[in-house]
Write a protein of this length. Structure first.
Length: 256
């Protein structure tokens, strides 16, 4: 068994249920996985608006799921409202993990990007260029990037949102990570969303705290690295999506 990460403490900032596989891989490589979620998925207090918005599916050509959280939060209610999904409705997702979650609800044919898994890559697909006068429902959490909707609207689509969960930061500060770093037990932080990176920067004096400036940060997309690099943090970007690529990114960052 490879022990290339032996002795390294690696912080994972994903929601708890999304950190499991990467934690296992880190431990298999001899590292110590440290859970420190900067995003927690929370239900909405009122789903009236969501229930109204998913009625649009009857008249829509496409429904796009932004994340696996959108699937897990939205599909049970969609199935509850539609005993049988509209036969003409086409499904799209940001990436294969989201598509896999859709498959657990019986949705087998899902449009996803081929290589990079983000809004830009989805928008580059031919099917997303021929949307003039089509109705599209985007299932997501509260807030988020507007690029997907804005681009589809610019291409002539009629876009509406169905927001079915909210994201919160469950942490008050980073003192526990600072203590681990001072005791040489924390060597790298994995950040896989721009929102989590913003929380991390906000809790480290916008990246000016000494400890965060002396630790490796690994991300899975160039967009997530932007703000951190602007303030001079040590950020490395995985060469591809997925946990195996993140393990390789950690090795490149931590090993001589």
């Amino acid at each position: 068994m490879s022990v290339l990460l032996n002795g390294f403490g690696i912080v994972i900032t994903r929601p708890l249920d999304q950190a499991k596989n990467l934690s296992i891989l880190i431990e298999q490589q001899g590292g110590k996985a440290i859970s420190f979620p900067l995003i927690a998925i929370s239900p909405l207090s009122d789903y009236t608006e969501f229930e109204q918005n998913i009625k649009q599916l009857r008249m829509s050509e496409w429904v796009i799921f932004i994340s696996s959280n959108a699937v897990d939060s939205g599909m049970p209610q969609i199935i509850n409202q539609y005993k049988k999904l509209p036969a003409h409705l086409k499904f799209a997702a940001i990436g294969p993990q989201t598509a896999q979650h859709l498959s657990s609800y019986g949705i087998q044919h899902v449009l996803i990007p081929d290589v990079r898994f983000d809004s830009e890559a989805l928008l580059a697909l031919p099917q997303m260029h021929t949307v003039k006068d089509q109705r599209i429902v985007i299932v997501r959490g509260k807030g988020g990037r507007e690029l997907l909707a804005e681009t589809l609207i610019a291409r002539g689509a009629k876009v509406s949102f169905a927001e079915c969960y909210q994201r919160i930061n469950p942490q008050n500060d980073c003192m526990s990570l600072k203590k681990l770093w001072l005791n040489q037990k924390c060597h790298a932080i994995v950040v896989t969303s721009s929102e989590a990176m913003r929380h991390l920067l906000n809790m480290t004096n916008q990246g000016r705290d000494d400890w965060i400036r002396n630790i490796k940060i690994c991300v899975n997309h160039a967009r997530i690295a932007e703000e951190a690099r602007l303030v001079g943090l040590q950020v490395n970007i995985a060469s591809a999506s997925g946990d195996e690529a993140m393990i390789n990114c950690l090795k490149r960052s931590l090993l001589p």
